[in-house]
Structure formats: C-alpha cells, structure tokens
Design a protein around this ligand. Structure first.
Ligand code: DX5
Ligand code: ZN
Length: 216
C-alpha cells in the first residue's frame, strides 16, 4: 500500500481558498485533513461550519476531520451531514470513548482516535480493535508549522506493535512537523497516513510535494 497523504487545510491561503481547493482536487492527495479548534481544548480557534460547508461542496477528496475540541460527540450529526469520511476525536476529550466510537460508526463514518504527545499508546489497548485509525500527534495540537517531537517515532513503533498483536485493522496517521526529513522515518516506523500543512501549502509546487510524499 502506498502512503496516504492528507494535506491539512490549516496552512492554506484563506483569501484564495478556492484556488487551494482546486489544487487539492487536481493533486494526488488522498484525503483533505480539516483541523477544528475551539479555543478551549487547544489555545487556538480555526474555522467553523460556514467555511466547512464551502470546503465540503468544492473538495472532491474524502474529508478527514480532526476535532481539537471538548465534547466532540456534540457535532457528530453536523459532520455526518457535511459528508465527513473520518471523525477523529482526541482521547483526552472523551470521557466515554467506547460510546463515542460506536456513535461515529453508527453514523457510517470511520472512527479515529487522536493521542496528544503526552498520552501513551497503552491507553488505547481496550478500543484498538474497534478503530479505523489512530492519529499520533507529533506536535502539541493547536498550530501549524511547529517542530516535530522526536519521541513520536518510538510511539509509532509501539502503536504498530499493538495493532499487530491485537489484529486490529487501524491505520496509523501522524500530524505535525511532517516534512521531507521526518516523513521517511515515520513511514519506516509504520505510518500509513501523513498529514502535512506547511510543507505542502508553503511550497512553490505543492502538487509535487504531495506526489513525493506519496512515494515514501
Ligand atoms: C495542528 C494540526 C495540524 C497542522 C499541521 O494542531 O492538527 O494538522 O495543520 O501543520 P504542520 O504540518 O505545518 O505541522
Ligand atoms: Zn490535524
């Protein structure tokens, strides 16, 4: 399986959003990653439903929604109606994670759980068999363009072992500081899905960056 690439819209040019969405549609990107922030779970606010409605209308790629918000179960129906493919909740934001996973799946979306850099992989042992994907944060969530946390490589290896041991089908996704130096090492450690914001959108030739990341 070739590496799945999901550019993160957070680093797009919001004054020319349509142009960037057209670039994504033309490109070899597999999915579009959407970062939703509430200013409570993370110290930043990103974009909300008026923008998302437009993005969902124009984007031809599956939407990978990353909810950096408290009580992420509140918006299940809104994102289902928007056509989200993946509903990605933070482990740290869910008191009843098992229930939330089933509520995602009951709506026909794929269920993913995200781990902050300080949350160990073992916290997912009792839900790993139910998951379609685990997102390992490789920076502290909230901002694009941050520096990669090196310990993430060990974490990906550990998650890879857990998935193998339990026979889970979960994909491993990483998000934050993914660039041409970190991406090959992440793929080697077992990553299936690369999220990339600034490396893609700040490049002179974003389509070429996407193509190169896919070949890793
Ligand atoms: C950060 C977001 C990321 C962000 C990554 O909280 O979850 O998706 O866009 O940006 P880069 O790739 O620039 O680190
Ligand atoms: Zn993200």
């Amino acid at each position: 399986m070739s590496t799945i690439v999901a550019p993160s819209l957070l680093s797009a040019d919001f004054a020319n959003l349509r142009k960037d969405l057209e670039m994504i549609n033309r490109s070899e990107a597999d999915w579009l990653h959407l970062d939703i922030m509430d200013g409570v779970f993370v110290p930043n606010i990103s974009f909300g439903f008026p923008v998302l409605k437009y993005v969902a209308e124009y984007c031809t790629k599956p939407l990978d929604v990353h909810l950096m918000i408290v009580e992420p179960e509140k918006f299940l129906d809104r994102f289902k109606d928007l056509g989200a493919a993946f509903y990605n909740v933070h482990y740290e934001a869910c008191t009843h994670l098992n229930r939330t996973i089933y509520e995602i799946k009951n709506r026909g979306m794929k269920a993913a759980v995200t781990l902050n850099p300080s949350t160990p992989v073992c916290m997912l042992r009792d839900v790993i068999s139910d998951l379609d994907m685990v997102l390992v944060m490789t920076v502290n969530p909230g901002f694009g363009g941050q520096r990669f946390i090196e310990h993430s490589i060990d974490k990906v290896r550990e998650l890879s072992r857990l998935i193998e041991e339990t026979g889970s089908d979960a994909l491993i996704e990483v998000d934050g500081g993914v660039n041409f130096e970190t991406a090959p090492r992440l793929v080697k450690a077992g990553v299936n899905v690369l999220v990339s914001g600034s490396t893609v959108f700040k490049a002179d030739d974003p389509e070429n960056v996407i193509r190169t990341l896919k070949q890793l």
